[in-house]
Design a protein around this ligand. Structure first.
Ligand code: HAM
Length: 439
């Protein structure tokens, strides 16, 4: 059967990551993705977090009830094959898998447990700026500490991660809030309310910024509240004792400029129990860069009450972050970065095997080396060396007494020559000269 590969396009909302140089500015760069991941890893490791991973496909039940309606509606889910087919889903977030792993293995780890991961996540979401149907997320989570010290550490890590990418306090802010503060506000008006009522109320607050005020006001009436009352509570921005402590600890680190109390943040996910926060760009051009908070009941919920351990953390997505870095001119120019240490030219085809010996000895030293796999004219080979952004070219040349190795530094075309002894194993120093001053 013939298929027209051209008509089979990637699914909407799924990205392809291409090597540099990119064919156009609309495609995603693999070098940029690796750059962001390396900064994510580096900061998490600096703070003493250890990397973990989990299965990308999980039982559907892991997400039902635990995550909240919005994310469950967005699941990619299906039945597995065979008679005993079961309902499974591609992971839309990492937190439920992590909570299960913690409930299974926490006894083997000293507390606090500090773990991070960079999963790819899948959500069947309406496509819009900053939202795809797959994305990568840095997840940083900490278990076994219920005091504000843990919250301030995790928030400081979030700030330092963004700082390591060149973003400053003029670029982003962490909007800090508290589910407990909202719980108190809600239950003072609704003393008999169930937790389902409370969650419905949280959903109204979560969508406040995106919903028509009249509609929000109508929905709030079901809970004996008006939009004005809610707005006054938000405007007062009275920090709870816990938030005050977190702010004081962030101040001690010199990070006050990066945070503000903002009760408009409540977070859509069902499992949060305490402090919640989201990072936004200051200009307000983008969706949230990151979001997280405390979820002290989730491990207990997932383990059926067997394991009780406090948890908190955040997720930072790559889509909004990369948009922001590009907008601010903070994405490095990967095209101009050197890709190779040495390009070996083979101008005398009779020296191909000797050149292979040379290439192998360079690679054994850990150098990045390429050469042309079939015979090409010298100019074409040199063009390839330029395209591959090699720092040096080398080529072998026969002499009356043996073999010479001729080096060319691509930056300034400086050349140097050395004789090789064919009877011994080659262990050639690289670079052949250290700098201009060595000449
Ligand atoms: P979340 O707010 O759903 O939280 O996602 C965190 C971040 O991931 C968002 O701020 C956004 O940058 C990015 N993100 C989410 N959905 C998409 C999407 N469809 N396309 C592109 N980027 C997206 C969580 O997932 C929590 N599990 C985070 C967490 C970890 N809380 C505690 N620990």
């Amino acid at each position: 059967m013939q298929s027209d590969a051209k008509s089979i396009r990637p699914l909407k909302g799924f990205r392809e990551f291409l090597p540099e140089p990119l064919p156009n500015s609309d495609v995603w760069s693999m070098a940029a993705r690796n750059y962001v991941f390396s900064k994510w890893r580096k900061t998490a490791i600096q703070y003493g977090f250890a990397e973990f991973d989990a299965p990308p496909v999980e039982p559907l039940d892991l997400y039902r009830l635990k995550s909240g309606d919005e994310i469950v509606e967005q699941l990619y889910h299906f039945e597995t094959k065979g008679e005993k087919g079961s309902a499974v889903a591609l992971r839309p977030e990492m937190t439920p898998s992590l909570a299960r792993m913690i409930s299974d293995y926490e006894r083997g780890y000293s507390k606090p447990i500090k773990w991070f991961s960079i999963p790819q996540l899948f959500r069947y979401e309406r496509q819009q700026k900053g939202r795809k149907r797959e994305h990568f997320q840095l997840n940083v989570d900490l278990f076994g500490e219920s005091g504000a010290g843990a919250d301030s550490e995790v928030i400081a890590l979030l700030i330092d991660t963004l700082k390591s990418l060149g973003l400053g306090s003029d670029d982003f802010v962490i909007r800090l809030s508290s589910r407990q503060a909202w719980e108190q506000f809600f239950s003072s008006k609704n003393p008999q309310a169930t937790s389902a009522d409370q969650y419905s109320f949280f959903q109204i607050i979560d969508k406040l910024e995106r919903t028509d005020p009249t509609e929000s006001n109508n929905k709030l009436q079901a809970f004996q509240l008006t939009l004005d009352e809610v707005q006054s509570f938000i405007d007062a921005a009275n920090p709870t004792e816990e938030l005050e402590e977190i702010l004081a600890q962030l101040k001690a680190r010199g990070l006050s400029d990066f945070v503000k109390i903002d009760y408009r943040i409540i977070r859509g996910l069902a499992y949060y129990t305490g402090v919640v926060f989201e990072a936004f760009d200051r200009k307000g051009n983008h969706r949230a860069i990151a979001g997280g908070g405390r979820y002290d009941e989730l491990v207990s919920l997932i383990s059926g009450g067997k394991v009780k351990i406090a948890g908190l953390g955040f997720g930072m997505g790559d889509v909004v972050l990369c948009d922001l870095l590009r907008e601010r001119g903070l994405m490095p120019d990967f095209q101009s970065e050197s890709r190779l240490d040495v390009f070996a030219l083979i101008e005398d085809a009779g020296l191909r095997n000797e050149t292979l010996k040379l290439v192998q000895s360079f690679r054994n030293q850990g150098l990045r080396v390429e050469f042309c796999l079939s015979d090409l004219k010298p100019q074409k080979q040199f063009k390839k060396a330029l395209e591959s952004r090699a720092n040096w070219t080398t080529r072998l040349e026969k002499t009356e007494t043996g073999l010479d190795l001729i080096w060319k530094r691509m930056e300034d075309r400086f050349e140097t020559r050395q004789s090789l002894d064919e009877s011994v194993e080659w262990n050639i120093a690289f670079p052949p000269v250290q700098s201009q001053t060595d000449l």
